[in-house]
Design a protein. Structure first.
Length: 235
């Protein structure tokens, strides 16, 4: 398993700047922390940049595609109206694997207390993926818009080293879970049961089938089930 990490912007391109924080630096710091978490678990990592370096789009794509990675994670901060906050992940519109990875990462980051916005894809006028990193990379690629630099509370979180570490750890967990889910789709005994409850809407995300369930998750599934039974029997 190999992951290519792409810290957005760099060098002459600072990305967003808000409340004294510069996006390129936040992206690189989270990327380096993510690299350590992945390598610690024995996953090979390639980086499109490891310092404050200008990387033109063509060079960025060349580095991504030369890496031979199974997935690419492009790390960014979001920007918008001051009230917009939370995490978004973006995947290629034709990539089921990208969608799964995007959903897993979104779930893990939103567990940290950052608002969960959406995992989505965005097309240009030609109905191609809007982002060149997603469009031109040869493997499933997910852009992680970690949080909004332009929102005071998200900005405060992003400015803190321990929180950036938590985000990196959450992205790593999202990657591990995706890899496990991919493996179990190859024939985990419980995969059809899980698919059945997912089709019924009792769970919305993908979960690694051998991982423990928390009381929170169990309560959520049971309350959805109770709701379903009540509706069907008109109690
Ligand atoms: Zn960016």
């Amino acid at each position: 398993m190999k992951i290519c990490i792409d810290p957005g912007h760099g060098g002459d391109d600072p990305g967003l700047q808000a409340f004294g924080i510069v996006e390129k630096n936040v992206n690189l710091d989270i990327a380096i922390k993510l690299k350590h978490f992945l390598e610690h678990e024995g996953i090979d990592v390639a980086m499109t940049r490891e310092m404050d370096e200008t990387v033109e789009p063509a060079e960025r794509i060349s580095r991504i595609n030369k890496s031979g990675a199974d997935y690419t994670i492009s790390i960014h901060c979001n920007g918008g109206p001051v009230s917009s906050k939370g995490t978004e992940t973006v995947y290629g519109h034709k990539s089921l694997e990208g969608k799964e990875l995007a959903e897993c990462i979104l779930k893990e980051i939103s567990n940290l207390g950052i608002a969960r916005r959406r995992a989505y894809n965005k097309l240009n006028a030609k109905r191609e993926d809007y982002s060149f990193v997603i469009r031109e990379s040869e493997m499933p690629t997910v852009i992680v818009e970690t949080a909004f630099l332009t929102n005071p509370s998200d900005n405060h979180l992003l400015s803190q080293n321990p929180f950036r570490k938590k985000i990196a750890n959450a992205i790593a967990t999202g990657i591990f879970n995706t890899v496990q889910i991919k493996r179990q789709k190859g024939g985990h005994w419980a995969a059809p049961f899980f698919e059945a409850i997912r089709e019924e809407g009792l769970v919305q995300d993908q979960y690694p089938l051998d991982k423990g369930v928390t009381w929170g998750e169990l309560s959520m599934v049971l309350s959805r089930l109770i709701e379903r039974v009540k509706n069907q029997t008109n109690i």
